[in-house]
Design a protein around this ligand. Sequence first.
Ligand code: PLP
Length: 438
Amino acid sequence: MNRRIFLTGAAAAAGTAANTPKLAVEGGTPVREKALHADFFGTQYYGDEESRELNDVVKTRRPFRWYGPGNEPPMKVATFEKEFARRMQSRYALAVTSGSAALQTAVAAFGIGPGDEVILPAWTWHSCFVAIVLAGALPVFAEIDESFNIDPSELESKITPQTKLIMAVHLQGNPADMDRILDIAKRHNIRALEDCAQSVGASYKGRPVGSLGDIGIYSLQINKTITSGEGGAVVTNDPLLFERASRYHDLGNLRPLHEKVVGGAKSDAFSGSQFRMSEFTGGVLVAQLRKLDIIVESVRANARRVYDGIRDLPGIKLRHLPDPAGEIGSAVFLGFDGKDRCERFRAAMKAENVPVDHPGGSAILPIQPFVEHKRTVHTAWPSFTSERGRAIQYGAACCPRTIDILSRFAGPSLDPKYSASDTADIVTAIRKVYPQIT
Ligand SMILES: Cc1ncc(COP(=O)(O)O)c(C=O)c1O
């Protein structure tokens, strides 16, 4: 580790090193005695509400999800779908077993398959790439920008006559630049999918993420805003997309409740999957959904305190936020002009017991071996057997800017239950360390 940390910024401004606190990494007193640690959000809010919902399922002895006709308590998943659609300002919501299942369901609802291309960011979760490949379509990567989301200025150069879909992924609580993405999608007659797995409860210009594109998907897995351990949801305003999604999440059939919701079947059955949610999961999610706004407001308020406390530092560069008011604030990221300086910042902050990390929760997909080498369950998989599929090159060469950006940003994760003194420690540590790192 390079420990050459020079005194600059605050020290220079003060005209003397005497007023500059000695960094813990150089033997000074750390800002905190014990390391700050952000926990999972949703489970910290588990309480009697979740227990009551689960108990209802046990008492009725009906853990298999209810799909109508008529009423048959406990109807937890149906209640979750109704309340989730309302919260996400979408006409329809479909509960599924995971965010990955939601992605596969959405891709199937769009009717995407062999010969089609889907654009996705080079930095996102494996499930995005997997959903495209499992449909037999071809994933095409675009670089991210300093929001860590897909760079809209990259999109047009990636579009071909085969492009059917853009995956706009709202990563680590930060909505992507939807105005620009939707404008491009519309001009080229391409569908837009919003992957809100990491941003459940975020909004873009006043609208919940997921409600802006053709379909929105969410993950309700353990480290998401609200959680049932595993779980997912799909939303849309389009009745045919909802019908196809509902068919796909089951075995191609359309159950009475969803048939009623869309006002009658408009398409034929096809081979589906089996991504049905259980009533136990639905029960926990009903309770968690009713706490979503409290969780988001709390973590957002904590992030605002950190932003407000560091914004005036000379030369500071923060992660780009296309809509600062809509960001959840699950982490606050500072940018550096080089990777080494960022690593020195990380080491110094760790010593202060206020650890910071590079952006997380995703992978640089083009450099994952299964991606780079186009590995599939069968050698004749349609994604990569076409001329274009054989020619496309993944690997580091297709995303140098993404790799560079992620290596130059780092910051603390935020927790909705952090106290004012915890966020004050984050501010104190950044104000102490940042000006001394060069
Ligand atoms: C961006 C993104 N999309 C999709 C998923 C898949 O969600 P799940 O883990 O619920 O399958 C994740 C999970 O972390 C994710 O981060």
